[in-house]
Design a protein around this ligand. Sequence first.
Ligand code: ADP
Ligand code: MG
Length: 325
Amino acid sequence: AQLANQIAAGEVVERPASVIKELVENSLDAGADRIEVEVDKGGHKRILIRDNGSGIGKQELTLALSRHATSKIHCLDDLEQIISLGFRGEALASISSVSRLTLTSKPQAQPEAWQAIAEGRDMRVRLIPAAHPDGTSVEVLDLFFNTPARRKFLRTEKTEFQHIDEVIRRIALSRFDTAFSLKHNGKLLRQYPKAASQAARQKRVALVCGQGFAQQALTISSELQGLSLHGWLSLEPASQPDQQYFYVNGRMMRDKLIHHAIRQAFEGWLPQEAHPAFVLYLTLDAREVDVNVHPAKHEVRFHQARLVHDFIFRALQDALEQPAP
Ligand code: ADP
Ligand code: MG
């Protein structure tokens, strides 16, 4: 079991940031609206994710750590319209096979909390009573301690932290209804409070993308035939394409078609080598889009590609042509 898990881990768990992405997505799937992330030494020494979500009952704790145990897909129809972010049922098993992982949880309806630890070659799960408020904590110690080849690929503490910071930024821009915090080596570095109003959302965008972006940003709001595009774009050219956040039905995507439409819309508005900066949300009927089930989950296929392309292009062009406020 451990080998299969370690092989799977190779696909899902590349570095501390990818562990954090999986765990935070689990917390979101569990309905948490407060998620705290703590890391030590770029996440390589310790990762802790604490949420106030639905929790995992004592009976399900062991199952949650085993491969292909997902509570999120019940039939093939569910695959058609994947609502939850995680659906492969292997993140926890994979991560626990390449680290020392403990899962502590308390559902509201259960008076006491329990902690699960998977140990040894056969990954037997031990359960012990614990103290924990409603919700779940996952602690990951010594990532890749038993897979030296993976461990070798870890970069400096600073670089790994930058990847983690970016993962949290991407998620924070997709879930304004959830509060996030990020600590590194005991220092609270990021704090994104819940943002319910448009003004609060704009504040979060400023926290994530910087005041520069927020002050320059044009607001986009366009709808057409079941398609909608909302968000912000900035004419302040970014030196690197690192302020480009595009979400399709709530998931961050990096897609050729989308980027082509954006580049085309910006033509003539930015100097040649400059990169546009944007935070954009496209929503459309889930049946109009196929999301790749590859772990990276960054690719997307639109059934009506031309329509979507032209819609994005026009929406951005209209916003750019608006007279400055
Ligand atoms: P998946 O997310 O693909 O179902 P995971 O290995 O990530 O697979 O998680 C396994 C299961 O453990 C989930 O289906 C869910 O039932 C449970 N689980 C994991 N993390 C949490 C959490 N933070 N809160 C509640 N349940 C969780
Ligand atoms: Mg998951």
